[in-house]
Design a protein around this ligand. Structure first.
Ligand code: ACM
Ligand code: ZN
Length: 562
């Protein structure tokens, strides 16, 4: 759309906000995720040039993001929106003649809760925390014309929001999005763009998959070979041909300084970064750097293919634990998150069955094939428990993929249910916390259209927008187990995703549907309303911000410029 087109669309949107559809019914706002409670009234408030005031009880970080909002507004409307944090703002408002926009601290609200009250004279925003303030700003921006996003080069325009009272808070505290940076490597700039769109839709956990068979992606100072050797593979399979190799050296890694930059950037957007060091399987890249940590001693190479390597860490050698503790010490030091993800998925046991060191440890620990699990599965439980205990000593809790439930699991671990929903249900039954990321709803590497041949190459599977939107995470949970469900996350594995455009295409707009699963009470979900908001407003926002996204819902396939 050209600038004129945007101006016409925005004007139409404004008229729509202020004109009840049938004279009585309130007009639906295009907010995603839909707030808990929205009560529309007649009239609107002119945001262009409105003074933005901030409670002096808010700290520096919150002030900065309110000031950034004032700047966005000024640039988009072409009229100066001043910013101030005056003393006694709350009592000025209580006196009743306040005009303008005020952000107030209200300690009675929950951590991520906020309210917005818009009259023809004022906009009053209340929140108790950074996330509450950020979410209120995102909601206000979504009520404004699209020009408030990506305003560079736009003509200034009048900005009005309708009179409305919004009270809002999330259904789940954990609202995650995962990214695999091992199979393909994504730049710091692209990760920031990923975090930006997560924040716009009120997601608050970034699960960063940093290590796997195909590449080790984080600098570990005690083990420099991990990134000298393990961060680069000699080539990559071509398309779906597992016997091919393009012969092109491929790789990259994040320095600890870059990791700190990402953590700080995410924190300013209300997002916690949870790193994943996947162990004891998915470790071929680490073994290529330190072959003595494998059962056979190598040599090993980072994998050039997709799929699961049989070659895994050897828990029969004590040096393996020295290595893991060294790596996890640096990870625990770097990441402020209370959780560290230690993977645990898809760890083949064939090497352990034939390794004298592993078998000696199994004998020493007295592990047996019992309760339907093999001694080697219990050996993995031993690795998990040691890492859990080590990290507990550093004040951290573990998350693991649902394989960590095979055998026995120590109290306090959180299970990420990925092989369907059963892992989450079993975890809740056993009293463990769970995060729901089932392949059946939450795998964004799956195709989003039935016509796979018209879509970019993918891993297979089919998860359209309606499917993710329709996911109900409490379904099948045991009575009383609901409290163990911390939240929901979607995963984006990147075996077949080599470019930023392809990555964003797989993410969007499905992440917007995910945001309603994570945020909204079931009674506030409505796919038709969501779809109208998506195509009527959010596609325009994503366009302005330069995101690539799927338009399959409009019958358009693929991500080449259309
Ligand atoms: C997984 O998808 N292997 C957790
Ligand atoms: Zn071994």
């Amino acid at each position: 759309m050209n600038i004129k087109g945007y101006a016409i669309a925005a004007l139409a949107a404004l008229l729509c906000f202020n004109t009840p559809a049938s004279g009585k019914e309130p007009v639906t706002l295009h907010i995603i995720p839909q707030p808990q409670s929205v009560v529309m009234e007649k009239g609107g408030f002119k945001m262009s040039g409105a003074a933005i005031n901030c409670d002096d009880k808010f700290g520096e970080e919150i002030r900065r993001c309110i000031q950034a909002f004032a700047n966005d507004l000024t640039l988009a409307s072409g009229k100066m929106s001043s910013f101030a944090a005056p003393n006694g703002l709350a009592s000025t408002i209580a006196k009743g003649n306040f005009k303008g926009v005020a952000f107030l601290k209200d300690g009675s609200l929950e951590d991520e809760e906020y309210s917005i009250s818009v009259s023809t004279r004022s906009v009053l925003v209340k929140a108790s925390s950074l996330n509450g303030v950020l979410y209120a700003i995102e909601t206000i921006k979504q009520m404004l014309p699209e020009q408030v996003y990506g305003h560079a080069g736009s003509s200034p325009m009048k900005m009005t929001i309708p009179c409305v009272t919004i009270k809002d808070k999330p259904r789940f505290g954990y609202r995650g999005m995962h990214l695999d940076c091992s199979r393909h490597f994504f730049s710091i700039d692209e990760i920031k763009k990923y975090l930006d769109v997560m924040a716009m839709y009120k997601l608050n956990r970034f699960h960063w998959h940093l290590t796997d068979d195909q590449g080790w992606r984080i600098e570990i100072k005690q083990y420099p070979e991990l990134t000298i050797e393990g961060a680069f593979r000699s080539g990559t399979m071509i398309g779906r041909d597992f016997n091919s190799n393009d012969g092109i050296r491929y790789g990259g890694y994040y320095t600890q300084e870059q990791v700190k930059d990402i953590i700080a950037y995410a924190a300013r957007k209300g997002i916690t970064v949870i790193p994943e060091i996947d162990l004891p399987g998915h470790m071929l890249a680490a073994l290529s750097a330190y072959p003595e940590l494998g059962c056979s001693g190598g040599p090993y190479e980072p994998w050039t293919k997709w799929g699961v390597s049989e070659q895994v860490l050897c828990p029969g050698k004590e040096d393996t634990f020295t290595f893991l503790e060294g790596v996890l010490s640096e990870i625990a030091e770097l990441f402020p998150s209370e959780y560290i993800h230690i993977g645990g998925d898809e760890c083949p046991k064939s090497e352990w069955e034939n390794c004298p060191d592993c078998q000696a440890l199994i004998t020493k620990l007295g592990l047996k094939d019992v309760n339907g699990f093999s001694a080697e599965q219990y050996l993995q439980c031993y690795v998990t428990a040691r890492m859990q205990e080590f990290l507990a000593g550093k004040g951290k809790k573990i998350i693991g993929w649902d394989e960590i439930l095979e055998g026995e699991l120590a109290e306090g671990a959180t299970v990420m249910s990925w092989r369907g929903v059963d892992g989450g249900i079993k975890a809740a039954e056993l009293g463990f916390n769970a995060i729901m990321t089932p392949t059946t709803y939450c795998y964004f590497d799956y195709c989003q259209a039935k016509e796979k041949e018209l879509e970019p190459i993918g891993i297979g599977g089919y998860i359209p927008l309606e499917t993710i939107y329709g996911y109900e995470p409490m379904e099948g949970m045991p009575a009383g187990g609901e409290g163990h469900v911390l939240g929901v996350q979607a995963n984006l594995w990147t075996e077949y995703i080599a470019s930023n455009e392809h990555l964003e295409y797989m993410l969007l707009p499905r992440m917007l549907a995910l945001s309603e699963v994570q945020w909204c009470k079931p009674e506030n979900k409505d796919f038709d309303r969501f779809k109208d908001s998506l195509t009527g407003h959010h596609f325009g926002i994503l366009d302005r911000l330069g995101y690539t996204y799927s338009k399959v819902i409009l019958g358009i396939h693929g991500f080449n410029k259309q």
